[in-house]
Design a protein around this ligand. Structure first.
Ligand SMILES: NC(=O)C1=CN([C@@H]2O[C@H](COP(=O)(O)OP(=O)(O)OC[C@H]3O[C@@H](n4cnc5c(N)ncnc54)[C@H](O)[C@@H]3O)[C@@H](O)[C@H]2O)C=CC1
Ligand SMILES: O=C(O)CCC(=O)C(=O)O
Length: 635
């Protein structure tokens, strides 16, 4: 029985089904007991519906219990299998907070309308005392069939939990954690100080509406009540903001790990983002959102930014670095999509399909070969021979094109591609010119009037890289003069923030000009690939400190860590920081298990794995090392 409490005694009343475990045990028992029953699925659905009605407080509890027992047709021999299933379905946050369950075992009571026969083995394995489990008990017939339950148990009745609580007459503060209406009833009856709606496994509107606090995990409950927890900060308090219609898979991946995710369809302008960023720890954007100094000034919680695309010119990477904010992108996931679009566009432009199709829509039949060409044998000029340029090189060559490329840095020529020593050389040789440079500032107006002048008459011109790389008025003139026989443009110096904004640009209405709304990388495949890739990088940084693949931070790939703490120290790249970290640790006689350092430009990144024991003073001293930008304790 419960010990005689002191005045300050706190009691934690915890529900079992869908709180302590991820599932409803009666549903699981049905799956076992109804094996081979042709109506199994229908009966399981009915059991689940009855459970939900009872949990929402929509039908009487005792009625629900009897109906479920009748439907289950279960036997004593099914229970070991049920216990095995349930032991693998303990809620994650309970699993990781075993220390709390053990340390506070005297104060934790499991009060459930489920059954002792399966609850006790599960909860005692995590440190709960069997005498602190209050639940129903099954009635068996002589053959071991489950035929009912002890109807005298208050927990078998409506308002059973409050009735039991009255009997227990606990003296002290009572906190109830549960996912069902019957848990709230304890608070409703004035028998608890606070009711915490537990939503890690299931969210019930009526229960949430009555909660004093919604707790998406046990971590949150422990955090708000200043109780010992395995995580120093609950993940649900870490807010992820995903802009620009990022594929929903990304949201799923963050939510699976317990983060709070907010999605916005379009981009935000600087002022809007500067406001929204204040409570955001992880930001996901695509090519439109500008992450400027002004935005970053308010980004006090921001740990990392994910560009769910290739280009990162929209992010002030230097300012991020100075603030210890790590940026990642997806350097490969959409490259194939851009390559395929570029190939398709070359063919369309060489065959004058834009005009021909427009005429057909107007009812004009213009069958003619004049001005239409194959791409086979034509000279393709790639400006920028990076991930996209090189892939395009290979595919274009396979289609019979002769490939030339120009890149600022020396790149290995793939296949028979020929390197041009200067941009001008390429411009003068090629029949089709396509831009695939990155969007660095220095590339603004890389192609302007002079460059168009150098090109062959009737050249086909493509830009799928960044809008500012081309001087648009110069391109307009080149099209109008016939210098450029056809152009495909996917990117623009200014692009609408959302699909509701009008696209305004001088290129509108020009003949044989194919305009697309920055969709080079917008395929289902690419977007899903990106949504799998970037969260992986961000989570690896948040959870483990890995910066491998970051575009603005020293790259460190770290080993996983067991039974140790990981300290992350980001500092200005000045001499002596490592020595200071180690001298503080030595003063506290803390053993270093592993240490990793890398620097990049003005920033240094040190990871130190230490033995279990450390205290607050060490952390304060480490944070106070001059030139520290950010310090974070991982485990
Ligand atoms: N339209 C769309 O939806 C998409 C556009 N992109 C854009 O395509 C561009 C290329 O992407 P990746 O090939 O993945 O980039 P990458 O970084 O792999 O390659 C860029 C190459 O351009 C070279 N370069 C930079 N400035 C140059 C200059 N002035 N002259 C010659 N070479 C120069 C670099 O040395 C590098 O080799 C990026 O701007 C990216 O943002 C990427 C994906 C989708
Ligand atoms: O799909 C997007 O939003 C941007 C694609 C792009 O330009 C990039 O990946 O750099």
């Amino acid at each position: 029985m419960v010990e005689i409490p002191t005045k300050e005694q706190k009691y934690f009343i915890i529900d079992f089904d869908s709180t302590f475990t991820k599932v409803e045990a009666m549903d699981e028992l049905g799956k076992i007991s109804l094996q081979g029953n042709p109506k199994r699925e229908d009966i399981l659905r009915e059991i689940h519906q009855v459970t939900e009605l009872a949990m929402n407080g929509d039908i009487s509890f005792s009625e629900a219990l009897q109906r479920r027992v009748d439907l289950l047709k279960a036997h004593k021999d099914h229970l070991p299998e049920l216990i095995a299933v349930l032991s693998g379905k303990v809620s994650d946050s309970f699993e990781r907070n075993r220390d709390f369950l053990n340390e506070f075992a005297d104060s934790i009571l499991i009060i459930s309308s489920g059954f002792r026969e399966f609850i006790v083995p599960i909860v005692t394995a995590l440190g709960i005392k069997p005498e602190n489990v209050y639940a129903n008990t099954f009635l068996f017939d002589d053959n071991g069939n489950i035929i009912g339950f002890d109807a005298e148990n208050p927990l078998a009745k409506d308002k059973g939990k409050p009735e039991l609580m009255r009997k227990l007459n606990l003296q002290g503060d009572v906190y109830v954690i549960g996912d069902g209406y019957t848990d709230y009833e304890i608070k409703e009856a004035g028998l608890a100080n606070r009711f915490y709606a537990f939503t890690e496994n299931v969210e019930r509107g009526k229960v949430i509406a009555n909660a004093d606090h919604i707790t998406p995990s046990l971590d949150e409950f422990l955090f708000v009540n200043k109780l010992p927890a395995s995580l120093s900060y609950p993940k649900n308090r870490i807010k992820v903001l995903l802009l620009e219609n990022i594929h929903p898979k990304a949201k799923e991946l963050f939510q699976e790990q317990g983060f709070t995710v907010e999605m916005v369809k379009g981009a935000l302008d600087e002022d809007e983002l500067a406001e929204r960023i204040r409570d955001v720890s992880v930001l996901g954007i695509r090519s439109k959102t500008q992450v400027t100094k002004k935005v970053l000034e308010n980004a006090n919680k921001l740990m990392c930014v994910g560009a769910f695309c290739i280009g990162t010119n929209q992010i002030d990477l230097k300012a991020c670095q100075e603030r210890g904010i790590v940026a990642f992108n997806a350097p490969y996931s959409n490259t194939r999509s851009v390559v395929e679009l570029a190939i398709g566009e070359m063919i369309i432009l060489m065959r004058q399909i834009v005009e021909k199709s427009n005429k057909m829509h107007r009812g004009e039949w213009d069958k003619s070969a004049i001005g239409s060409y194959e791409i086979r044998g034509k000279k393709l000029g790639l400006v920028g021979y990076g991930n996209i340029g090189t892939q395009l090189s290979v595919v274009a060559e396979a289609l019979g094109m002769k490939v030339y490329y120009y890149d600022l840095v020396e790149k290995l020529a793939l296949g028979n591609a020929q390197r041009c020593k200067t941009l001008h050389e390429l411009l003068e040789i090629c029949d089709v010119i396509t831009l695939h440079t990155d969007g660095r500032k220095e590339n603004a107006n890389l192609i302007g009037a002079k460059e168009f002048e150098r090109m062959k008459d009737g050249v086909i011109f493509l830009n799928l890289s960044r809008g500012h790389i081309v001087d648009v008025p110069a391109l307009v003139n080149a099209v109008k003069s016939g210098k450029v026989a056809g152009a495909a443009v996917d990117v623009f110096p200014y692009e609408p923030k959302t699909n509701n904004e009008e696209f305004v640009n001088e290129l509108r209405g020009l003949p044989n000009v194919l305009l697309t709304p920055h969709i080079g990388g917008s395929t289902e495949e690419a977007q899903e690939n990106i949504a799998n890739f970037v969260p992986g990088k961000l989570l690896d940084f948040i959870n483990k400190g890995n910066t491998f693949g970051s575009v603005n931070f020293p790259n460190i790939q770290l080993p996983d860590l067991n039974d140790a703490h990981r300290m992350i120290h980001i500092h200005r790249n000045v001499p002596g920081i490592l020595a200071q970290i180690n001298s503080i640790l030595a003063n506290y006689q803390i053993n270093i298990r592993g240490q990793y350092l890398n620097t990049r430009e003005d920033v240094g990144y040190v990871i130190t794995d230490i033995d279990k024991a450390y205290n607050k003073e060490v952390i304060t001293e480490l944070k106070n090392i001059p030139h520290t930008i950010k310090f974070r304790m991982l485990y």
